[in-house]
Write a new protein. Structure first.
Length: 202
């Protein structure tokens, strides 16, 4: 969502915390990722087999028995056949499950923390937004605050008399306390014409 904010002259996005280099930590993966990989693999195998048989037939070789059998079944079976109805029901059920998996929330909102020994943890991006909003709430001169957090960057838009450079310094210290496995880049901007009030969005 664009806020119409303009970058502060001479102020560039800087890495949050000049601590250790980012560690290679695997991002949390939702269970649907394994299901999606399995479905994609099955479809790839089936499509590859069909393509191979079509190319073989075009090259003069006889069609495979399994493809001829499938074509014959599709041409001769009626729509009220029990096998057709069962197959259609199973296909609809599978499609509904895949659709539910596609629309279900994943784990993209979670950002991994630096592991402590063999223990790994993650923090919600909305939680990071609340922490930054609480830190900014104690700073003078901020009338309105909007925070947007992606997987690699934090963008803060503020309205008020507060110095964006000072706010960025304070929020960078707060981000450094989170010990993220991949530190987020912080960009604090001064907005124009934002409505007064206070708010945060993660």
């Amino acid at each position: 969502m664009r806020t119409g904010a303009e970058p502060v002259p001479g102020e560039e996005a800087t890495a949050a915390g000049d601590g250790p280099a980012p560690e290679k930590v695997r991002r949390p993966r939702a269970p649907r990722a394994a299901v999606a990989a399995l479905v994609a693999t099955v479809l790839l195998v089936v499509a590859g087999a069909l393509l191979y048989d079509v190319v073989a037939v075009r090259a003069g070789y006889p069609t495979r028995r399994w493809r001829a059998r499938i074509a014959d079944e599709l041409a001769t079976r009626h729509l009220d056949d029990l096998g057709v109805l069962v197959g259609a029901g199973a296909t609809v059920l599978l499609g509904g499950v895949l659709l539910w998996l596609a629309l279900a929330p994943g784990l993209g909102r979670w950002l991994p923390l630096r592991p402590s020994g063999d223990t790994g943890a993650a923090i919600d991006r909305a939680g990071i937004g609340h922490l930054l909003a609480d830190r900014a709430a104690g700073l003078p001169g901020i009338d309105h605050l909007r925070i947007r957090i992606s997987r690699r960057r934090v963008r803060v838009t503020l309205t008020g008399t507060a110095d964006p450079v000072s706010v960025q310094r304070q929020l960078r210290d707060e981000l450094a306390r989170l010990t993220l496995a991949r530190p987020l880049r912080l960009d604090v901007r001064a907005a124009r014409g934002a409505a007064p009030g206070a708010g945060a969005a993660g």
